[in-house]
Design a protein around this ligand. Sequence first.
Ligand SMILES: *[C@@H]1O[C@H](CO)[C@@H](O)[C@H](O)[C@H]1NC(C)=O
Ligand SMILES: *[C@@H]1O[C@H](CO)[C@@H](O)[C@H](O)[C@H]1NC(C)=O
Ligand SMILES: *[C@@H]1O[C@H](CO)[C@@H](O)[C@H](O)[C@H]1NC(C)=O
Length: 311
Amino acid sequence: MIFNYLFSFVCLLSITNGQFNKEHLTKLQGLECNEPSITLHIFSGTPNPVWKIDIKQLSQIKKLAYETLFNNNDNNNTLLSKPTTRVMGYHGFTISCSSNQYVFVNGLSPIENLLLLGGRRHLSASIIHHVKDHLGEIMSEITSIQSDNADCNHVPIKGTDAVPVYDPKTDDNGCFVTKESSNNCYAYGTDIVTNTFPQPGRGSGKKWSLNTCEDMGNSSIRDGLVYNGTTLPTGKPEKGHFVALLIWPETNFHWIRMDANGFWSHKPGGTPVRNKDNRDLPITDPSKSDFSPWTQFCSYYVAQPSVLKIN
Ligand SMILES: *[C@@H]1O[C@H](CO)[C@@H](O)[C@H](O)[C@H]1NC(C)=O
Ligand SMILES: *[C@@H]1O[C@H](CO)[C@@H](O)[C@H](O)[C@H]1NC(C)=O
Ligand SMILES: *[C@@H]1O[C@H](CO)[C@@H](O)[C@H](O)[C@H]1NC(C)=O
């Protein structure tokens, strides 16, 4: 009896502190319930955040954990992150079916990222930031697995009329990441997730017809954008945020937006959101940055998400 008790105590200790390994995987594969709860171990003064996931998400986690460990038998893949040894703040997640059926996850960043992403509705931005800071930087590779997040399907998902914060993982519920291939520069620039690869003019009834500053600009004005001239804006508009239109002559258009930090960011087509230009430099002046072949700088506009008709 005493031996048993000690054994499980030691076992529990090693499980709660150790890096996710094959033993944990076995435990994980053995978890069976319809509504597992996830605990984010982070707080010291108040109860940890807890939320439910469903059976589908559990099997997604099992599958990803299996694949990650299976492809990592040399323990030398960046996916197997160094487990955090923090005492204060983030130190892992528990996936739990009951008080004696659970597994602790630490040091397996694909799973940690997936859990964090699944719980982001229950977590404040500062918590998400903190946890992300103590995980590897591989969130965007993982998010495609989370493709049927219902949150991102109820479109349009609009940012507020305040100047957006540059943080693709949380901007509009992270849907520019989750629905990366369905949202383009116009969606991101206006801060509205449509999942339709929106086109200037289409939302207000008449899509653009020429790849020119004038036609593209007029189309976006019909959608509700407000022309703001060609002088680099400073500060912020009363409502909404500044965007810039660029043209790849006779070929394509591009939109870039100014974020709360004063820098500009963009989402080239179905690729990830970024805050650098072609030369990998931060964007401080869209008319001077390198967006070739979008070489023609047109002008600035004010985008106020609440009034825009983007589709
Ligand atoms: C792990 O992989 C890296 C990059 O592929 C390599 O440089 C390193 O030598 C490997 N380490 C071990 C212990 O195999
Ligand atoms: C754009 O709008 C202006 C002002 O309404 C108009 O004069 C011009 O003809 C329009 N250009 C195009 C290409 O529709
Ligand atoms: C651009 O927007 C700013 C802030 O709202 C405003 O002060 C400025 O007059 C606008 N410029 C033009 C040309 O509309």
